[in-house]
Design a protein around this ligand. Sequence first.
Ligand SMILES: [Mn+2]
Length: 376
Amino acid sequence: MRILHSSDWHIGRALFDYSLLEDQRYFFEQLYRTVKEQKVDVVVVSGDLYDRSAPSAEAVALLDEVFHHLIFDCKVPVLAIAGNHDSPRRIDYGNSLFEACGLYLAGSVQKEIKKVTLQDSYGPVNFFLLPYFVPHEIRLQLEQPELSGFSQAFQALMEENRSRFDPSQRNVLLAHGFFMTNRGEASFSTSEHAVGPSELCDLSPAAEFDYIALGHLHHGQSAGLKQARYSGSPLKYSVSEATQRKEFLLVDLNEKGSVEITSLPIQPLRDLCIIKGTVEELLEQPRHSEDYVFAQLEDDSPVLHAMNRLRAVYPHILGLSFRQSGKQGEIQRYDAKEEPMEELFLRFYQEIYGEDAPEVRRELLHGIIDHMEVDA
Ligand SMILES: [Mn+2]
């Protein structure tokens, strides 16, 4: 059985002011092509289908279109769970009806983990769909108030479902959260839900699964066990993800014990890059001008209207930063207690514009300060 594992679609997400719906649509076209070309048997999505718990109408319509296309045009079943960005109850909507078409959704965590069994020539493959949970939900579901933390809650839930797990068959777990067996390997980006040590969930109780399809971390990686993988998000969803490589995972489960994982790179409509140089350099020799760019400016002093000037050449510029350290980049101190306000302003003006304020502006400034002092 060939599984395509993806996660963290975050449909409806915006990057600064730019809606990513067009970029997401472009990604889904690639998903459909890959499913057909690679003869995928089932698509699994490990949470964060939407970016928000109350997604926009456009986002809902896009996910609807994606599920429809995968099921009716690509003719593959789809298994998906809610992530921490999704509303569990909204993801649960219609799930018993949708199952008749081959769409299996798990929104809220239940005592009995949803189990979906598919068949191939080697026999059954059991998929366990565990949506994002917090320990409190497991305490309530299992009526075990003493459970503390993610690891204990997860272990208890696995224990509860042990009798439904046949280790002689092939078993796949879908889960969303910060699962690790080796913390040192984790790699985060700022677009993920803040991760603290208390959210770390030990994956060892699931060690018997043949494959664990994880979601939550946007950087594709192993979760300590070689058969436990984060597919990562399909697109770069924050500047901190600029250097990441985005991928689909193809997982081949043949006879029991045989698992092969292949990574397929995703080609974005627009990449997200960090560009470095002075404003003049970036304007004269544009690179990545069609991509989403974040400019790290290397000018010696602040540049007026830098954002607007760069936008003319980089229509998808996200933001910019000025050099923070070094003698020339040091920010001058302005202390109103030590210097008359008028002189302070003129010195500031000189620094920003590189020239003294003309007479007309000096007069204007003088008038304003006079007025303020009278008022005070
Ligand atoms: Mn998440």
